[in-house]
Design a protein around this ligand. Sequence first.
Ligand code: HEC
Length: 482
Amino acid sequence: MDIPLFHLDWLNNRMLIALIATIHALINHSLAVGFVPLVVWLENKGVINSGSHEVTDLKWDKMVYRMMWTAFIITTTIGAMTGVGIWFSVSLVSPNSIASLIRVFYFAWFVEWTVFVTEVVLIMIYFLTWKKANSSIKAKTRHIKFGWYLSLFSWITMAIIVSILGFMMDPGNWLKEKSLLNGFDNPLYLPQLLYRTPLAMVLGGCFGLFLSAIFTKKGEPNRLIVFRSISKWILLWLPFAIAGAIYYYHFIPTANLANLSVAIGTQSFQDWYDVMWKVILGASSIILITAMIGIWKPKLLHASLITITLILALGFMGLFERVREFIRKPYIISGYMYSNLLREQDYPLYKRDGVLKWATYTSTPKVTEKNKVEAGRNVFMLTCSRCHTTQGVNSIVSVFERMYSSKGKPFNRESMETYINNLHSAREFMPPFPGNQAEVKALVSYIKEIQFTNEVLDGAQQEGIVVNPGQSIESFKKINKR
Ligand code: HEC
C-alpha cells in the first residue's frame, strides 16, 4: 500500500522469490549445514586410519580436500549470491512483509549477521589452511577443530532463519503480545529445526556420495571405503529425518493442513499433494536402498544410482519448500498479514472506504464511470498482483477462462462480481477481497478489457509512480491547517 509495487508480468512475482530462495536453501542445507560436518568427519577418519609414521592418509586426504573444494566454490559463489538475492527479491516483491519481519526479528537478524560473518571467516580458514595443516599432527588436529567450529556456525545461521520461517506460518502468542521472544519461540520453530537438521545431514550425505564417485576411480580401494562411510552417515541420519518430518507435520496448524489436502478442490494443488507423497515415499526408499547397498555391497553402487539419489533428495527438499510456502496462504504472516501485503486488521477500513483511497501510490483515488478501467488496473495491482499476472504465469485471464471454461468468450460480469466478493470462501488460499463494491466493479471492467486487448501490466519499475492526491504532502498540510 505505501510502497510502489514492483511487478513481473511474465514470470510471476512469487516465482522470482521462489526460484532464488529454493536454490539458496538447497545449497545451504545440503552443502553448508549437512556436507561440512561430513567432510570434517571424513578428514578425521584419514588421520585415524593412517599409520603412526604419517599425519594422515595423504591419498584419502586429497580426495576429501577435493570434495571440500567443490563445496567451498559453490557455497561462496552461488550460495552467497542467492542469499543476497533473497533480500533483493523479497524487498522488491514483498516489501511490507519483509519490513514487518525486520521489525520483529531485528536483533535475531543482527546476531545472524555476526554468525554469518564468522562462518565466512571460518570457511576461509578451514579451506585455505588445509594443505599447510598436513605438516604436523598438531596442525591437523587444530584444522579439524576449525572444521567442527565451522559446522556449528553453519548450523546456527540455519537455526536462526528457521525461526522466521516458522513464525510466518504460525506466529503463536506473538499475535497477542508482540515481542521478539514470542515471535522467535513460535510453535513451529523446534519441530521445523528438528526436521531440517537431520534432513540437511542426509542431503549432505547424498552430495558426498556424488562427489566421492567423481573424485575416485573405479577399482581404487578408497572408493569403496568412502562409499561405505558416507552410506553409514546417511543411514544414521535418515530415521531422524523421517521422524522429524512426522513430528513437524503434527504441528502444522489445521487450517493450513486443510490447504494441504483438498482445500475445497484446489485442482492444481491437489496434483502437488499427490506428487508430494509419492516423492516423499519414493525419495526416502531410494535413499535408504542406496545407503544399504553402499554399506553392504559398495561395489554395486553405480554412479547413475548415486546421481538419481541426489536428484531425488534435492527434489524432495525443493518440493517441501514449495508446499510449506503454499499452505501458509492466504497469509504471508499467519493471522497478521495477507499475501497481498495488506494487514488483516486494516480490512474493515478498506472495505468501507476502498483500497484506492488509502494507497499512497495510485492515479485513481476513487472509482468513477470515466476512470473505471484504469482504477480496476490499480485495484488489480494492489490486491491480486502478488500472485497473479495479466498475461504470464497464473494469469488472471486464464484462471477465469479455465474456471468458466469460456476461452475466447466474453466473461459474465455478474458472476465475476459474485466470485470476487467470495474469493476466500471459494478458494481458501486466496485472501478475501479487501476493497469496496465500486472497486469490485472496476476490477471486473479491467479484467474483461484485458481479456481481449492482451494488455500487459507493467510494474512501478517501468511505469514510474503517481502519488495519490489524497495522500500527498499538500493534502496533509491542508488537513493540519483545519
Ligand atoms: C495469495 C495469492 C493470491 C491472491 C492475492 C489472489 N489469488 Fe487468485 N489464485 C491464487 C492461486 C494460487 C490460484 C490457483 C491457480 C491454479 O489453480 O492454477 C488462484 C486462482 C484464482 C481463480 C480461479 C479459481 C478456480 O476455481 O479455478 C480466480 C478467478 C482468481 N484466482 C481470482 C483472483 C482475483 C480477482 C484476485 C484479486 C482480487 C486474486 N485471485 C488474488 C492465488 C491468489
